[in-house]
Write a protein that binds this ligand. Structure first.
Ligand SMILES: [Zn+2]
Ligand SMILES: [Zn+2]
Length: 173
C-alpha cells in the first residue's frame, strides 16, 4: 500500500483498505481495517488515520491465546528524508503528532499502519490483569485449576531477583 505523494490532490485523498497485520508469531495474520486521509502541503504530507481490528495475542503468563480489539486514531506528519538534517531534527509538535520521513516520492502506508498497530501490542500481553499464570512446578494453568504444589509460587516479576539470590547462596556453599 504505497502512495505517490504527487497523486494526492489539493483537496486531499481518502483511502480505505484492509491490511493483514502479524502480531506475535502467528501463522495466521490479523486484519486491520484502515481509513486514512492524506493532505499534502508542498512536500510535507499530513496523514490522519484510524485503524480498527482485533489482535490475537498470547498471554505471557498462562500462554493462552486471547484477542483484544484495537480502535485507534493517529496523525503523522511526513517530510522528505533528504531534506531533514539529523542534527536539527524538529521537535514534535504536540504530543499526539508523530513525525516520519519518506524517501523518493512514495509513502508506505502499510508500514505506517503496521507500526501504529504494533505500538498497541504490549511487551508482555496479559489475558487478564489478574491472570494467575502457569504453575512453575506442575504446569497447571492456575486460572483453571488449583494444584497441590506447595504455594511457593514466586511472583513472575520477582523471578529474576529470586534467581539472583539463589546464585548468591550457591556461591557461598
Ligand atoms: Zn493469562
Ligand atoms: Zn502445581
Amino acid at each position: 500500500m504505497r502512495i505517490n505523494i504527487f497523486d494526492i490532490p489539493e483537496e486531499g485523498l481518502e483511502q480505505e483498505f484492509v491490511l493483514p497485520v502479524i502480531t506475535g508469531n502467528k501463522a495466521k495474520p490479523d486484519t486491520a481495517s484502515v481509513r486514512i486521509k492524506l493532505l499534502r502541503f508542498g512536500k510535507k504530507i499530513l496523514v490522519d488515520g484510524s485503524v480498527k481490528g482485533v489482535l490475537s495475542l498470547t498471554c505471557s503468563r498462562c500462554l493462552n491465546d486471547f484477542s483484544r480489539p484495537v480502535d485507534l486514531d493517529f496523525r503523522e506528519e511526513y517530510t522528505p528524508a533528504e531534506e531533514s538534517e539529523p542534527e536539527g531534527r524538529q521537535e514534535l509538535s504536540g504530543d499526539e503528532m508523530g513525525v516520519g520521513f519518506y524517501t523518493g516520492e512514495e509513502i508506505d502506508l502499510a508500514a505506517l499502519v503496521k507500526e501504529q498497530v504494533l505500538l498497541e501490542v504490549p511487551m508482555k500481553p496479559l489475558c487478564n490483569d489478574d491472570c494467575r499464570g502457569i504453575c512453575s512446578r506442575c504446569g497447571a494453568d492456575r486460572n483453571v485449576q488449583s494444584c497441590n504444589c506447595k504455594d511457593d509460587h514466586i511472583d513472575p516479576r520477582l523471578a529474576p531477583l529470586a534467581k539472583y539470590k539463589e546464585s548468591l547462596n550457591r556461591r557461598k556453599e
